[in-house]
Write a protein that binds this ligand. Structure first.
Ligand code: NAD
Length: 359
């Protein structure tokens, strides 16, 4: 019996979570769900989008499964997602991008896993606002220290990248490769320009790669070249490891290759805790309409089952999803030739069709 924290989330979250939970249960794996609220519904009830009991539940159960959460625009709270990642030190963002026959895409040969560093880089939140006194002083400091003149009316974001965080993310990529029978890790960077940040990341990557020599192949690519390579020869890429910002951008590029955000799953993993979720957001305009595709959420359940050691159940569920997509009959509007196709089924009905195929 696994105990898992379940966070239904906002917008379309509750309906895809319910559909996906039924799929996981249909594999026969025994799960006790601890359902907790975060996001808009929690904000109304508890006056905070991330009540204490959410973190307590994840810390206790170690594994959480989450629907998308709406990030309120304005207000003091930046994002529940960022808060969860930070509080639980979920430093690995894992996103597999795989082409499933039946999905409309020009790229039929993609099976790439993006492993993105989740805590540092330009997303660390160290920013200086244009016009502020602290910014003026910082600009002065740079002039004194480096002799470089930055325009007075600039805003500045800082890009911290550490050796230790780079080592641990690359280590995670190689571990993932070994555990999942992958052949190659590609480190992506811009070390020719940003020598002290991306250069450090690359140095860490090369150092870690040496320990895996003979077991997993290693190469590195400049991020601009990587974008071109991915749209020209995606089949050449297996596991990619990247600092935070490039990881974010390349993730969406890969989602585009395999047919959009509706089907891509994700996981945020740390030393102690793991949080699984779809990559798309809460699509508020479709809330409660039983319309959207539950696949991203279901495939994040597949990742979660693998993480829990339930490999065989995960394979069965993934196969069932792939069969339903390939048949193209019981699928939601986004997987039909046109979005207004009258034969599109709802979220629940697609999940039902998947459940029927689990053997
Ligand atoms: P979104 O992913 O919610 O939706 C964009 C569009 O993509 C939708 O209008 C819809 O056409 C399509 N779409 C998304 N999911 C789909 C699905 N399962 N099936 C079919 N079509 C689907 O992105 P957004 O509108 O930019 O964000 C909405 C909210 O979600 C924002 O508040 C954002 O901050 C939040 N968000 C949360 C997460 C998360 O919780 N991890 C991730 C991304 C965005």
């Amino acid at each position: 019996m696994h105990r898992i924290t379940l966070i239904p989330g906002d917008g379309i979250g509750p309906e895809i979570t319910e559909a996906a939970r039924r799929c996981v249960e249909a594999t026969g794996v025994k799960v006790e769900w601890e359902v907790v609220e975060a996001g808009a519904s929690a904000l109304k009830k508890y006056n905070t989008p991330l009540p204490r009991q959410v973190l307590e539940s994840i810390r206790k159960n170690k594994v959480a499964w989450k629907g998308p959460i709406t990030t309120p625009i304005g207000g003091g709270f930046r994002s529940v997602n960022v808060a969860l990642r930070k509080s639980l030190d979920l430093y690995i963002c894992l996103r597999p991008y795989k082409y499933y026959p039946g999905v409309r895409s020009n790229f039929k040969d993609v099976d790439t896993v993006v492993i993105r560093e989740n805590t540092e880089d330009l997303y660390a939140g160290v920013e200086f606002e244009e016009g502020k006194e602290e910014t003026r002083r910082f600009i002065e400091f740079i002039q004194e220290q480096k002799g470089i003149k930055i325009k007075e009316d600039s805003g500045i974001s800082i890009k911290p990248i550490s050796l230790s965080s780079s080592r641990r993310i690359v280590e995670a990529a190689f571990r993932y490769a070994i555990e999942n029978g992958r052949k190659k890790v590609t480190a992506v960077h811009k070390a020719n320009i940003m020598k002290f940040t991306d250069g450090l990341f690359l140095k860490a990557a090369k150092e870690v790669a040496r320990r895996y020599e003979g077991r997993v192949e290693f190469e590195d690519r400049l991020v601009d070249n990587m974008c071109m390579q991915l749209v020209q020869k995606p089949q050449n890429y297996d596991v990619l490891v990247l600092p935070n910002l490039y990881g974010d951008i390349i993730s969406d590029l890969c989602a585009g290759l395999v047919g959009g955000l509706g089907i891509a799953p994700g996981a945020n993993i740390g030393k102690e805790y793991a949080l699984f979720e779809p990559t798309h957001g809460s699509a508020p305009k479709y809330k409660g309409m039983n319309k959207v595709n539950p696949t991203g959420m279901i495939l994040s359940g597949v990742l979660m089952l693998r993480f829990l050691g339930e490999k065989e159940a995960a394979d069965r569920l993934e196969r069932a999803v792939a069969e339903v997509i390939q048949e193209g009959k019981d699928v939601t509007y986004d997987l039909k030739p046109t979005p207004d196709d009258p034969t599109a089924v709802g979220t629940k009905e697609m999940a039902e069709a998947i459940i029927k195929k689990i053997r």
